[in-house]
Design a binder for this molecule. Structure first.
Ligand SMILES: *[C@@H]1O[C@H](CO)[C@@H](O)[C@H](O)[C@H]1NC(C)=O
Ligand SMILES: *[C@@H]1O[C@H](CO)[C@@H](O)[C@H](O)[C@H]1NC(C)=O
Ligand SMILES: *[C@@H]1O[C@H](CO)[C@@H](O)[C@H](O)[C@H]1NC(C)=O
Ligand SMILES: *[C@@H]1O[C@H](CO)[C@@H](O)[C@H](O)[C@H]1NC(C)=O
Ligand SMILES: *[C@@H]1O[C@H](CO)[C@@H](O)[C@H](O)[C@H]1NC(C)=O
Length: 437
């Protein structure tokens, strides 16, 4: 009888243990189901590809990514489906059209998914939404609109001290806390290459580099900083901040050397003292502050060649951007208002061609652009040994565009515009021609 009881107790214990085991397994599998365990990255990638339009619409709601801590967001963050490139721009005043044209150039050439962060004055938000929501067919693009904002601690002070729009960009590492890396550009930038190309420079940073910019000048005799600046600046001629690639994770972590205190300061703590000390001596706003920071921390800057930030200055007194002459212009920067006047016709021509992309009806100029693009493609292909596109084929294509009420199928548009950089390089964007007055 006693032995019988012992067996029963043993059986009960075993049963209890297996029950416990079963429960723990169940808990593990539930967790996996909710949090996205291993083995499902493909599903995540697919949902990213399908979710572009939805993402854009959500962006239009003007809520930042942090406002959607939903399950699918958590899931996609965890699974890291495709690396996304982040692009930021600050648009104030009359800069709507320029900004939209910049975005078009970014979208038609880029390959990896792009998330755009637009900081704009409130009165521009509706216009941005009206235009960008119509691009929701682009599955590899979404955007967020933000008001001009400052970290809350001393927002009022910043607004008072300095033009809010001009200093916004300095705060991006503090506002976009969840973004690892970011390409900041001015509104008067046009991409003539996939953003993927400049994005790949992030991987070339050595262990101390946190940001990348181009020199302000190639030719010290006509440089601005070395002749006029009343504050420290980076290198021989300073740097231009119109195209700035940042590893913001590193910017947030770094302690910066400076000439205000003996201790090193974090990004969030250095800006205010810097502005207070130099506000009477700076001319170009935030660009000057960046020059001061990298004067004291030169090991942290990656300097890329002028073809990544090609400005009218590179040809006003003769062509002085050697890299562009050899390899072409990669990013065009039409400062000094050259997209809108006749001082530099080549800059303006490129701007106008890109401005017309995605319009409902093709303009005359675009037909010509297609034609030229096809020609350039044919020539480049012929050189590389692939078959030359027949003029008959090209004509058929053009007829199709002319007849249809709507733009040609988008894949067609894209494949045609993909060859545009080649055209730009061989025609307008040849610096020798840019510099011909
Ligand atoms: C853009 O898409 C990414 C990936 O799906 C998502 O994490 C992000 O929240 C989206 N942004 C907006 C504003 O919808
Ligand atoms: C967006 O598309 C709608 C419908 O096709 C059109 O009525 C509207 O004018 C477009 N908006 C812009 C800014 O192009
Ligand atoms: C930025 O720097 C962090 C820290 O060094 C690194 O983990 C991350 O991969 C870098 N980002 C890119 C895009 O290289
Ligand atoms: C500002 O410029 C003046 C005049 O060149 C100079 O004396 C002064 O030291 C400068 N201030 C700073 C903080 O560099
Ligand atoms: C990274 O490159 C910069 C610029 O060339 C240089 O000053 C710095 O010493 C380098 N850092 C390391 C760790 O090599």
């Amino acid at each position: 009888m006693r032995r019988y009881l012992r067996v029963v107790v043993l059986c009960l214990a075993c049963g209890f243990c297996s029950l416990l085991y079963a429960f723990s397994q169940l808990a593990v599998s539930l967790e996996e189901g909710a949090g996205g365990g291993g083995g499902k990255p493909q599903a995540a990638a697919a949902s990213w590809l399908g979710g572009g339009g939805r993402g854009a619409a959500r962006g239009a709601g003007s809520a930042g990514p942090a406002a959607h801590p939903g399950r699918s967001d958590r899931y996609s963050v965890k699974a890291q489906p495709v690396e996304r490139m982040h692009l930021a721009v600050v648009a104030c005043g009359e800069r709507l059209e320029e900004t939209v044209t910049m975005l078009k150039s970014a979208l038609i050439f880029s390959i990896k998914p792009l998330q755009v962060h637009i900081f704009a004055e409130d009165q521009l938000h509706d216009s941005f939404k009206g235009i960008l929501d119509n691009w929701s067919f682009l599955q590899t693009f979404n955007y967020s609109l933000y008001p001009i904002t400052f970290p809350s601690e001393n927002a009022a002070e910043w607004k008072k001290l300095f033009k809010p729009c001009a200093s916004q960009r300095l705060f991006l590492p503090l506002i976009l806390k969840d973004v690892d890396s970011l390409l900041y550009v001015d509104t008067d930038i046009l991409f003539l290459r996939p953003i993927d190309d400049i994005w790949s420079l992030l991987k070339k940073f050595n262990s101390t580099q946190i940001a990348a910019m181009a020199p302000e000048h190639e030719e010290p005799r006509i440089g601005w900083y070395n002749r006029f600046a009343r504050h420290p600046y980076y290198g021989k001629t300073g740097v231009n901040s119109g195209v700035m690639l940042m590893n913001m994770t590193r910017m947030r972590r770094k302690y910066f050397k400076n000439d205000m205190t003996a201790v090193r300061l974090r990004w969030g703590d250095i800006l205010m003292p810097l502005l207070k000390k130099y506000k009477l001596n700076i001319t170009w706003g935030d660009q000057d502050l960046l020059n001061i920071v990298f004067f004291h921390n030169p090991e942290s800057l990656f300097v890329f060649p002028c073809q990544w930030n090609y400005r009218p200055d590179h040809c006003i007194y003769g062509s002085n951007c050697r890299e562009a002459e050899e390899e072409g212009i990669f990013i065009l920067h039409g400062n000094r208002g050259v997209y809108h006047d006749d001082k530099q016709p080549a800059f303006r021509a490129v701007y106008e061609a890109l401005r017309n992309v995605f319009k409902r009806h093709y303009s005359e100029r675009e037909f010509r652009l297609h034609q030229i693009a096809n020609e350039a493609h044919g020539i480049v292909c012929a050189r590389k040994g692939c078959s030359r596109r027949s003029s008959k084929e090209a004509a058929k294509d053009q007829m199709h565009n002319k007849k249809s009420q709507h733009p040609a199928p988008l894949s067609g548009v894209f494949s045609r515009y993909q060859v545009w950089p080649l055209w730009a390089q061989s025609h307008q964007a040849n610096p020798m021609q840019f510099c011909r007055n």
